[in-house]
Design a protein around this ligand. Sequence first.
Ligand code: NAP
Length: 257
Amino acid sequence: MTDLAGKKGVVVGVANRRSIAWAIAQAAAAGGARLALTYQDDRLKENVRELSTCLDRPLLLPCDVSSDDQVQRLFDVVGDEFGGLDFLVHAAAFAPRAELAGRFVATSREGFRIALDVSAYSLISLARGAHPLMLGNGGGSILTLTYLGSQRVFPNYNVMGVAKAALEAAVRYLASDLGAENIRVNAISAGPIKTLAASGISGFSDILQVYRERAPLRRNVEAAEVADAAMFLLGPAGRAVTGEILLVDAGFHSVGL
Ligand code: NAP
């Protein structure tokens, strides 16, 4: 696969080898892209460094997406090193653990603020940072990760469902705002996959089981399958697609019962 040959991309959200962002990074690298990977703080730096040893001249940069300064610094360095940018993968989300269990009506103001800031606003601030670098390259593709909990209620997903609804709306507004500059903005709504972030959601194994039983394909999806769909949206095959939420969930979203 050479769809991303010579392209430069930033991937935000690699925590470990189970991360959806890591599956996308591997697929993009296999497609010929050169990558900058970010890590939130020193806690995850070593993980990301170790993983990145199989990539071609990766850039490793700190970026806590809740910090405007760190986002700006990220794109300053990427601009200096890459001279432009072709794609951005946003795969970061967070809500305080207490918000991902129990009653939704108990959602705290601070929990709501943090979840919306890290999981939704960050797409806007990263897109703003990527914008001038993509302009210089004649356009670009921005991709984020969402979940069906934005549209329907899932047990314990709680405030993250509200954050994902905001994220999906941000995809449409960014797509409209940046489209005239040939910058596309899309999301993949992935089926449940056992990752570090997912392990914070109470009863996550039950959700996996329900998908296996009821999804048209009668199975769960793998991160590598999400990455294949990501290659379509990031690469030239997806050049006329923007403002889209692509469901990669073995068809679960389509069934009623
Ligand atoms: P993951 O491996 O745990 O990745 C989540 C990433 O978000 C981690 O790298 C995490 O870093 C990062 N993050 C959290 N707060 C951050 C901050 N302030 N600044 C920078 N990074 C931050 O889990 P994942 O499942 O692959 O999640 C990737 C995306 O896919 C998320 O948007 C998630 O909602 C979405 N998604 C997941 C599933 C699923 O079932 N797994 C389904 C649909 C959509 P830390 O570990 O340091 O917090």
